[in-house]
Design a protein around this ligand. Structure first.
Ligand code: NDP
Length: 331
């Protein structure tokens, strides 16, 4: 079986040479363990942070060892009464073709007619839960709010904007890095307005898209997006700080927003969060999100790349913005 190892800690943008696909021995499962053949694995922005040797909420990947990440696979051998051969499971031992371990580390997921199991990595998985928790619990979005989402054509952002729509936002605005993505937001996802942040200053484009300002900002990007959003937030406005992908490959600390004085005068709240602290919301999320997906009120896109040999490329392509919706590696 094969797995992806981190060979060197990237400085700035990672390169393919920082990784290697390595042949590994596959021992049979022990008592209480299962062997899983992975079907889909997730590549996510937070993995870039784990490649650095710094303390964070997720421990750093070790050099010359397999990297970890979300994956969905099929049980091919079970020595546990809790899982049977053929069960499809979600787990955190991705970046490899096979995973083996105690059954309790693998959670069985149900098939949904007409939907790929990869949905448990995206629209019914971690990234969509992030959108749900960030928008509703962290930013406290209310009926009638004007909501701005950055990174809006990606896995988290595309769901955040659509949840805002379903939960009664008055206006939903998004930003993304290409004209095709902007068209996707307004034509297919029901955003009221969207702009390409590469074609002009965010501050000016946001002012055009939301002339009366915004009440909620869902931040996936940081940097000048965050500064522009602070400038647009109305009195009592709230921002959920979900990520800051514009600086993940920076070698110097990015400049901070220059307008933090507005937090005082406009009584703003900016709050960061990590989705894994909010797993208690999973049942509510699945109930509500499952309904929206079933009724066709929320749609989603996946960009699928085939084969473990292309997993690193898929990860790098995602950082460059080549994905629409969730980036998935199919094994
Ligand atoms: P996406 O599917 O959104 O993929 C990443 C996207 O980031 C790319 O498609 C690209 O789109 C955009 N991007 C890359 N560089 C820049 C840049 N310099 N400026 C603006 N946009 C850029 O990834 P996810 O949905 O998985 O993650 C989105 C954000 O949410 C990330 O910041 C991530 O770290 C965060 N996150 C946080 C979690 C938490 O618990 N707090 C959990 C999960 C994700 P484009 O073409 O538009 O540039």
């Amino acid at each position: 079986t094969r797995e992806v190892h981190l060979k060197a800690r990237p400085q700035g943008w990672p390169t393919p040479e920082d990784f290697a696909v390595v042949e590994a021995e596959l021992a049979p499962p022990g008592d209480g363990e299962v062997l899983v053949r992975n079907l889909f694995m997730s590549v996510d922005p937070y993995m870039r942070g784990r490649m650095n040797d710094v303390k964070s909420y997720a421990p750093p990947y070790r050099l010359d060892e397999v990297m970890y990440g979300g994956a969905v696979g099929e049980v091919v051998e079970s020595r546990s009464p809790d899982l049977a051969e053929g069960d499809v499971v979600l787990h955190q031992s991705g970046w490899r073709e096979h995973a083996k371990g105690p059954a309790k580390r693998f959670r069985k997921v149900a098939p949904i007619e007409g939907v790929s199991f990869s949905v448990y990595l995206g629209a019914l998985g971690m990234t969509a839960l992030t959108a749900y928790v960030g928008l509703l619990d962290i930013a406290g979005m209310r009926d009638g709010d004007t909501v701005f989402v950055s990174g809006a054509a990606g896995a988290v952002g595309s769901i955040a904007g659509q949840i805002a729509r379903q939960r009664g936002a008055a206006r939903v605005v998004g930003s993304a890095g290409s004209d095709e993505k902007v068209a996707y937001l307004t034509d297919r996802l029901g955003f009221d307005a969207a702009f390409n942040y590469k074609s002009g200053p965010v501050r000016r484009q946001l002012a055009q898209a939301a002339p009366d300002g915004i009440d909620v900002y869902f931040d996936n990007v940081g940097g000048d997006h965050l500064e522009a959003a602070i400038g647009a937030l109305r009195q009592g406005g709230r921002a959920a700080l979900c990520g800051a992908i514009s600086s993940y490959n920076a070698t110097e600390p990015p400049p901070g927003p220059r307008n933090l004085g507005l937090l005082v005068s406009r009584r703003l709240t900016l709050k960061g969060f990590i989705v894994s602290d909010h797993n208690d919301r999973y049942p509510d999320f699945v109930r509500e999100m499952g309904g929206w997906l079933r009724d066709g009120k929320i749609t989603f896109e996946e960009t699928v790349v085939d084969g473990i040999d292309n997993a690193v490329d898929a990860f790098l392509a995602m950082l460059r913005g080549e994905n629409l919706g969730k980036m998935i590696v199919r094994l």
